[in-house]
Design a protein around this ligand. Structure first.
Ligand code: ATP
Length: 658
């Protein structure tokens, strides 16, 4: 297929057509480029009359006959869904095992055996009564981690496949315990939708929103490995305007800024400067003078203000565009007067009149141009404006929490906080229509505040959402706590919540241990079930044993992370280095070499969503004490391990875990 594409000659009817053909061919070659170590197929299904190989993309022979079927094609579905109990027309499923691109093994499942026989085989039962996993699937899950996240296309499980292939119209919300594959499922769903609805999605795109740069860096190879290179990935902060964050809010201040009532306050503040004019506008149109009555202009201003204040999904007019509309309305009024008097001003003359000085002055007075940063700075530093905008919405204490002592002279150096960026984005969403996407995948969504949800929802004009998260891992104090609230603020309140309960990452011993925190942090959630058990995977050690434990784990195959309270990162790294260990520290940006260092020290605040073969959790008491939701943070860090978890300083574990 590659040589066919390479051999084509880009001759179109003219230079432009030839150039377009060349660009298309380059695109095709790019999508056909092989990634080293990525085999052309990973599975086979045998139907009574044919055998089909399943792979990451279609492969055809020179005659155009399919040799490998794309995993996303409808016929591939049986590869993921068939079981002995419900063979779906298959006789056999074969999984191929590869090592560094070389075929090393295969495993057959005879789907003609009856269900009861299959499930009684000891080696087919999952760790905690979960699904029966073949040896190749277990080997894939346990394969040592290094570097970024991998795709799971060869081994997607039936409950995961249901979500991956849910119809594009359906917004889905997935509540899944740690390591159940939420992130993997969300990314594979993006790839599935891009394949199944290529035209629709390539035009307006797919967006993946993650919690921080380190996480985005960790997942950024998955979609390219699946042949999808045109997906935008960003953090919620990236959605907002590029202002430098120079300050942090106290929790009670952040709680006010994250509250959805702020949307109303900001909208009122924006429209506060809009004035119905008291004076007529006198303007020239096609060399004649006209007077447009103040009452006429006022009525246009009122209508526009109502339209700008409409809920986002029904908003037709944005604040900035309303200025041009107002100017046009004034000029059009003059034109009608001219027509009534027997003149016929042209479109061009009317447009010129709309740009004339008296009309501009009238628009500036009635509907002043605004910038988000000015508006928010005004709101924070002008108590009278704040009182007008927040009247009946925020109480006196809440208003006081927002106030700045003084308005900084330069707004570029203002003490903006992360929550302010979200508010600035809300204002920008009133000023201009944001760029929108046809599908948005939101990961770690349990931590979103109402205002962050609104920022994401605004970017979803008519499309649908895949929302992934675990309420038990919600560490942000202003997060919403209920999926119904998250989905409502995202603008898709009807979404169904689907659970994923089988944990693939964490061995049963470790998962059961961490889950003892659930009654305290998320009593309504079902306990997770581990797909496999690994005796000896959980160990408790004294604080003094840190260096010895880290050295021992680092000597094992796979990645080793030492997770500690954010404030303890430097001393912990220093202690390990002075013992001669090769240590990297994971920073916000999460660059590759930090992730593949021999021992990587991970601040607890950045551990979410990541995983490592061996995890050493240092001083749980400090992690617990570092933040109001310390128990949730501890649950996150205890559920990062694929192979082993060692708690160092186990004497400081909370009562639930001792
Ligand atoms: N069907 C599968 N086959 C092989 N590996 C899988 C499968 N499902 C999940 N995994 C692996 O399990 C690990 C956890 O997956 P993932 O990170 O998507 O879980 P998560 O639910 O997002 O976890 P967290 O709650 O910690 O964010 C990953 O290494 C992933 O590759």
């Amino acid at each position: 297929m590659r040589s066919t594409a390479e051999a084509l000659v880009d001759v179109g009817g003219d230079a432009y057509a030839s150039e377009r053909l060349g660009a298309q061919r380059a695109e095709r070659l790019r999508s056909l480029a092989d990634l080293p170590d990525v085999p052309a197929f990973f599975g086979r299904i045998d139907q009574p009359d044919r055998e089909l190989h399943i792979g990451r993309r279609h492969v055809t022979d020179p005659a155009g006959d399919p040799q490998v079927i794309d995993w996303r094609a409808p016929v591939s579905r049986t590869y993921y869904q068939a079981s002995a109990a419900d063979p779906q027309g298959l006789l056999l499923r074969r999984r191929f095992g590869f090592s560094r691109g070389e075929l090393t093994s295969y495993e057959d499942e005879d789907l003609t055996r009856t269900a009861s026989r299959g499930h009684q085989d000891d080696d087919e039962r999952g760790g905690d009564g979960g699904p029966a996993l073949g040896q190749l699937v277990v080997a894939e899950i346990e394969r040592p981690r290094s570097g970024p996240m991998r795709d799971i296309v060869a081994t997607i499980q039936p409950d995961q496949d249901d979500i991956v292939r849910a119809p594009i119209e359906e917004s889905v919300c997935i509540q899944g315990a740690p390591g159940t594959g939420k992130t993997a499922v969300g990314l594979h769903r993006a790839a599935f939708l891009l394949y199944s609805h290529a035209d629709r999605l390539r035009r307006s795109g797919v967006l993946v929103v993650g919690p921080n740069r380190a996480f985005l860096h960790y997942i950024d190879q998955v979609l390219p490995a699946l042949g999808e290179v045109d997906v935008t990935q960003c953090t919620v902060a990236d959605l907002g305007p590029a202002v430098a964050v120079r300050a942090a809010d106290a929790p009670e201040v952040e709680a006010v800024k994250a509250d959805p009532r702020m949307a109303q306050v900001l909208q009122r503040a924006l429209l506060d400067a809009v004035r119905e004019p008291l004076e007529d506008v006198v303007l020239e149109l096609a060399a004649r003078r006209y007077r447009v009555r103040a009452s006429r202009v006022a009525s246009v201003v009122r209508t526009l203000a109502e339209k700008v204040a409409a809920p986002a999904e029904r908003r037709e007019v944005y604040y900035s565009a309303a200025r041009a509309r107002l100017a046009r309305a004034v000029a059009e009024d003059a034109r009608r007067q001219g027509e009534a008097a027997g003149f016929a001003p042209t479109d061009g003359e009317t447009a010129r009149a709309a740009r004339s000085r008296p009309v501009k002055a009238a628009v500036d007075a009635a509907w002043p141009a605004r910038r988000a940063v000015d508006l928010l700075a005004d709101l924070y530093s002008d108590p009278a404006l704040l009182a007008r905008a927040a009247d009946g919405v925020l109480d006196a204490d809440e208003q006081a929490a927002l106030r700045w002592e003084t308005r900084p002279r330069s707004l570029a150096r203002a003490p903006w906080t992360a929550a302010d960026v979200v508010l600035l984005d809300e204002v920008e969403g009133l000023l201009e229509r944001p760029d929108t996407f046809e599908h948005i995948v939101v990961d770690e969504a349990q931590d979103l505040t109402a205002m962050q949800c609104r920022a994401i929802g605004r970017r979803l004009a008519t499309g649908s959402l895949t929302v992934l998260g675990d309420l038990a891992q919600a560490t942000h104090h202003a997060s919403l706590g209920r999926w119904s609230a998250v989905m409502a603020h995202l603008g898709r309140p009807q979404a169904t919540v689907r659970p994923l309960t089988v944990g693939y990452r964490v061995p049963g011993e470790v998962l059961d241990f961490a889950a003892r925190l659930l009654p305290s942090i998320a009593p309504d959630l079902p306990g997770p079930r581990a797909a496999r058990r690994a005796p000896g995977s959980l160990r408790m050690r004294q604080a003094a044993d840190l260096v010895e434990v880290a050295a021992d784990r680092a000597a094992q195959e796979g990645s080793t992370a030492v997770i500690c309270a954010d404030a303890a990162v430097e001393p912990t790294a220093a202690a390990l280095r002075s013992a001669g260990l090769d240590v990297a520290v994971l920073g916000d940006s999460g660059t590759g070499d930090q992730l593949s260092g021999h021992v990587v020290v991970v601040p607890a605040g950045l551990a979410k969503g990541l995983e490592h073969d061996h995890v050493v959790v240092v001083d749980p008491a400090a992690i617990l004490a570092a933040e109001p939701r310390g128990l949730q943070r501890l649950y996150v860090v205890l559920t990062r391990a694929v192979t082993s978890l060692t708690v160092v300083g186990a004497e400081g574990l909370p009562a639930e875990l001792t």
